[in-house]
Structures are given as structure tokens and as C-alpha cells.
Write a new protein. Structure first.
Length: 374
């Protein structure tokens, strides 16, 4: 995810923090400072850090369940609204989705139960309902937050865990794409309600609403891609006419190609046409600023670009690109010679064309039915 940085790796999963999380810590510090000075401010920051430790444990509940079904999790990103665990692939069955979705909130239930037990088992509901009140005991507030995380995450609206539970239930009767669209639509409706409430009560709800809306939209688009591209392979969408660079070329040659073509990425190939790496527009501009136009392409090109073959399904190629945060995938033959390139633009064009074709076919069928009734 953009605007995030890695803070560590746990059992093969990267832990990343979004930059907006730092803004949240600053806001919490000032809010508590106004109430009780520096000691209260630092206690507030420590409380938020503990809350997000609980969020990480919540996400590892999802990860443990996903790994039980053979699904890896490349990374977790901590956002102001919580954590997002990125699965390598979607669960193949509704029951798997249901188990993975419920596993996270169950971790929070266990944490809250342990905290209440550590407090002697006697905690007032009024105290649990005030996690934002610094005058309430630290552990009581932490227990209250975990209860809130369970309730919030089980709202039946995507991308919350409750939305995933809803999708799993709907997927028993409908297609995965249709179930996702319904859950995502409900999620976007919930986001609109949160944003509206934020205008009158708490501005933070507006930030939450934005993240929820965008996450729901992204999931709906991913489901649409999976549905439309089910029988499409890379050779159907790859670009075959493009300019290339050799590893020994310098950045001045790359600049000439950038100005002379409409490409934003330039594959780097050796004399035999074998794929070596990719020079992106951002990488080119950054290297020119730092190193100058005489810098060899090989020293600034990206070498982590995935390679696929022409018969790789488009949705699988897209999953590989996303897992490596790559802007494109190189299409190579058996000798690793470059035969094509696939990027997000070509996938988007495929989506638009297929959607237009489906709309045309649907419109034709409707006209035929009307004519038959007439």
C-alpha cells in the first residue's frame, strides 16, 4: 500500500504502518495534553500503541485461519481505522471466508476477557463504554476498545469482517462477484452514513468513512475483474509493440524514448532479447535528479518485476503483480525472451471492453425479448 513503511516481519508477514497513523498519534498527543499535560499526552500515545498491538493480534487471527487453508498473507498495513491484512488470494469456498473473517474478532474477544479477568472480573459497563476518557483505568479502557473492535468489525458491511461474513453467506447462493458487489454496496452506504455523522459529531468518522468507501470500491472492482477475466489469458491483453532499452544504455537514451513514445515503463533486455528488468518513469526522473543523465540503466532499473508466460490467466498475473507491488509484468517465452508486457492500463482497457460487450449483449437480449412480446 502506498504511503506506508515497513517496521518489521513476523512469521513471514511484513508489518507496515501507513503515514496517516503518525498523524493520528500527533492528534492523540495534543488532545490528551489539553486535558492533563505532558504525562496524560504520553499515556494517550502509549494507549493508542497498545490498541494497535491488539489490532495486529486481530489481524494475525485472520492470518492463522488463512494459513490453515493454505493462503499466505504477504503483509499487514496499520491504518488510523485499524489494520488491513492482504491475502495472497481470496478463499476458494464460502466456509473458508467465514472462518477467516470470524477469527480476527474472536482474538479481540479473548483479549477483552483476559483484561477483565486481570481486573478481578468486576468492571462497570459505563467505564468500558468510555475508552476515550483518560480518567478511566488504562486496562479498563483497553478492554473497552477490544469490545468496540468486535462490534465495529462485525457490522455487516464490507470491508469490515462482518461484511466478509455477509459475503460468505451470500456466496452460498450467489456468485462470488455478485455477493461481493452487494456487500461492497452496503459498505459504501455505511461509509456515507459515517461521513454524515462525522460532520456533526466527530471529524475522525469522516476519515474512517473515506477508507471504508475506497476499500469497498477496490474489493468490488477486484471481484469484477475476477469474474470478467475468468477465461482470459495474458496473451489476450499483453502489449507487443513497445520500445526497449539495453542494460548498458544511459539515462539520456531513456529520456529520448520517454519523449518519443507514450510508454511510462521501459523493459530492459540483453542482446539476446532476454528480460533483465524494468525502468519506470518515476525511477528515471529520480535517478536523473540524484545521479545524472550518464547513469547506466542497469544501476537504476527494477529487477523485482515478475515474469509470466502467455497462457497465464490474467487474474493470476494481476495477483502476482500486486503481491510484488510491481507496475507491470513481463511476458516471456521458454528462453526468457521478452514477447510482451502487461500493466494495469491494459487490464483496465480489457475490463472496459468486456463490460461494454456484456452491456451490448444484455441490451440486445432485452430488445429481442421486447420484440418477441410485441
Amino acid at each position: 500500500m502506498g504511503w506506508s513503511f515497513k517496521i518489521g516481519t513476523i512469521v513471514g508477514t511484513e508489518i507496515r504502518v501507513h503515514m496517516t497513523f503518525a498523524l493520528l498519534l500527533v492528534w492523540i498527543w495534543f488532545m490528551h495534553y489539553r486535558i492533563g499535560g505532558a504525562p496524560a499526552a504520553w499515556e494517550g500515545v502509549a494507549f493508542i500503541v497498545c490498541v494497535f498491538a491488539c489490532v495486529v493480534l486481530h489481524e494475525f487471527g485472520h492470518i492463522a485461519a488463512a494459513r490453515h487453508f493454505g493462503i499466505k498473507t504477504p503483509d499487514i498495513t496499520l491504518l488510523p481505522i485499524g489494520g488491513v491484512a492482504r491475502l495472497e488470494r481470496n478463499p476458494s469456498e464460502p466456509l473458508q471466508e467465514l472462518v477467516i473473517a470470524v477469527a480476527g474478532p474472536l482474538v479481540n474477544v479473548m483479549i477483552a476477557a483476559l483484561l477483565v479477568a486481570a481486573l478481578g472480573g468486576v468492571v462497570g459497563l459505563e467505564q468500558l463504554a468510555e475508552p476515550q476518557n483518560p480518567r478511566v483505568s488504562f486496562l479498563v479502557r483497553l478492554a473497552g476498545v477490544n469490545i468496540f473492535l468486535v462490534l465495529f468489525n462485525m457490522i455487516p458491511a464490507f470491508p469490515m469482517d462482518g461484511g466478509r461474513v455477509l459475503r460468505a453467506i451470500l456466496a452460498w447462493r450467489w456468485s462470488w462477484a455478485r455477493a461481493t458487489r452487494v456487500a461492497a454496496t452496503i459498505g459504501q452506504g455505511a461509509a456515507f452514513a459515517m461521513g454524515l455523522a462525522g460532520l456533526f459529531y466527530n471529524p475522525l468518522l469522516i476519515l474512517v468513512a473515506i477508507f471504508v468507501y475506497l476499500a469497498a470500491e477496490a474489493e468490488a472492482q477486484g471481484a469484477q475483474l475476477q469474474e470478467i477475466s475468468g477465461d482470459v489469458v495474458v496473451s489476450d491483453v499483453m502489449v507487443t509493440a513497445f520500445a526497449t532499452l539495453q542494460p548498458s544504455a544511459n539515462l539520456s537514451e531513456a529520456v529520448e524514448l520517454l519523449l518519443a513514445t507514450s510508454q511510462s515503463e521501459f523493459p530492459v533486455v540483453d542482446r539476446d532479447g532476454q528480460f533483465e528488468g524494468l525502468l519506470t518513469r518515476a525511477g528515471l526522473i529520480s535517478a536523473m535528479t540524484d545521479k545524472g543523465v550518464n547513469t547506466p540503466v542497469r544501476s537504476v532499473m527494477r529487477v523485482d518485476i515478475p515474469s509470466v508466460n502467455e497462457q497465464t490467466p490474467v487474474d493470476e498475473s494481476l495477483r502476482i503483480m500486486q503481491s510484488r507491488n510491481a507496475p507491470a509484468a513481463a511476458v516471456v517465452d521458454g528462453r526468457r525472451r521478452l514477447v510482451g508486457m502487461m500493466n494495469y492500463e491494459t487490464i483496465g482497457e480489457m475490463l472496459m471492453l468486456r463490460t461494454a460487450a456484456e452491456d451490448f449483449r444484455f441490451g440486445t437480449l432485452r430488445r429481442q425479448k421486447r420484440a418477441a412480446r410485441g
